[in-house]
Design a protein around this ligand. Structure first.
Ligand SMILES: C[S@@+](CC[C@H](N)C(=O)[O-])C[C@H]1O[C@@H](n2cnc3c(N)ncnc32)[C@H](O)[C@@H]1O
Length: 240
């Protein structure tokens, strides 16, 4: 079974022998891949909804790993509380939902378990939350899939943030821009970060074109936000 580049980048974060929990597993492709390729001896595949778990069970059976996927149903990390896990993965969800799941995961986080989070939207809000709540950011990286660039972070809740420790700070971008563009953007391969910034720039230009000449408070707010972000992106393209 082939994984998409986005899921493959996440799979590569798993160290051999680690027991993994995939929260919001849906089709179960990630757990199946980790088991099939010997990364993990056992994977917990969890989802809030029954339908996705049924397709996960079916896929695990087809790929011959059904005996090593432990299916759990419930919200966030509730189904894996008290279980020994080496890495928790939350991928393909919005940043706000990831924040809510982290808020409910204090027991696991306080045990020092690393989380791999891959937000599809609200990346800025998620980074701001991680910064304000003193997370240690082990990785903040990009992965390209077709014409899209996805962001993923490996985090721990240590109570001390490397982003607030002067000798650990890696970025000279102002904090608000790091929330938007990533804590370690400069460390990313040039082609990837350029593509990432350009895609975002095109999105903002699209909003500005579509709202041009229109009025109303919502349109004005959307235009102001798009203009502000466009400026940040143009500055970042010059800075990198
Ligand atoms: C878009 S899919 C992502 C699938 C997979 N993780 C990926 O990255 O390709 C999101 C999945 O999260 C599940 N989900 C949504 N809210 C959840 C929650 N609070 N707790 C657990 N799973 C949730 C949905 O049922 C759905 O299967």
């Amino acid at each position: 079974m082939e994984l998409s580049p986005r899921l493959m980048a996440i799979a590569k974060e798993v160290k051999e022998g680690e027991i993994v929990a995939d929260i919001g597993t849906d089709h179960g492709y990630l757990p199946i891949y980790l088991l099939k390729h010997g990364f993990s001896p056992k994977v917990y595949a969890s989802d809030i909804n029954k339908g996705p778990l049924q397709s996960c069970v079916e896929n695990a059976r087809v790929y011959g790993v059904a005996d090593r996927v432990v299916i759990k149903q419930g919200p966030g990390t509730a189904p894996i509380k008290g279980i020994d896990i080496d890495l928790v993965i939350i991928a393909g969800m919005g940043g706000q939902l990831i924040i809510e799941i982290l808020e409910e995961s204090k027991v696991l986080l306080d045990r020092g378990i690393p989380f791999l989070v891959q937000p599809m939207q609200q990346q800025r809000e998620l980074r701001k939350y991680l910064y304000n709540n003193n997370y240690w950011i082990e990785k903040d990286a990009l992965v390209m899939e077709g014409e899209k660039v996805y962001e993923f972070l490996r985090i721990r809740h240590t109570g001390v943030s490397n982003l607030k420790t002067p000798h650990e700070m890696k970025s000279d971008l102002p904090l608000e821009k790091q929330f938007e563009l990533g804590f370690f953007l400069k460390d990313q391969p040039k082609h990837l970060r350029d593509k990432f910034l350009k895609i975002k720039l095109i999105q903002k230009e699209k909003i500005l074109n579509e709202t041009e000449g229109k009025s109303g408070p919502k349109v004005r707010a959307a235009r102001e936000k798009a203009l502000e972000k466009k400026k940040i992106l143009e500055e970042a393209l010059k800075w990198l």
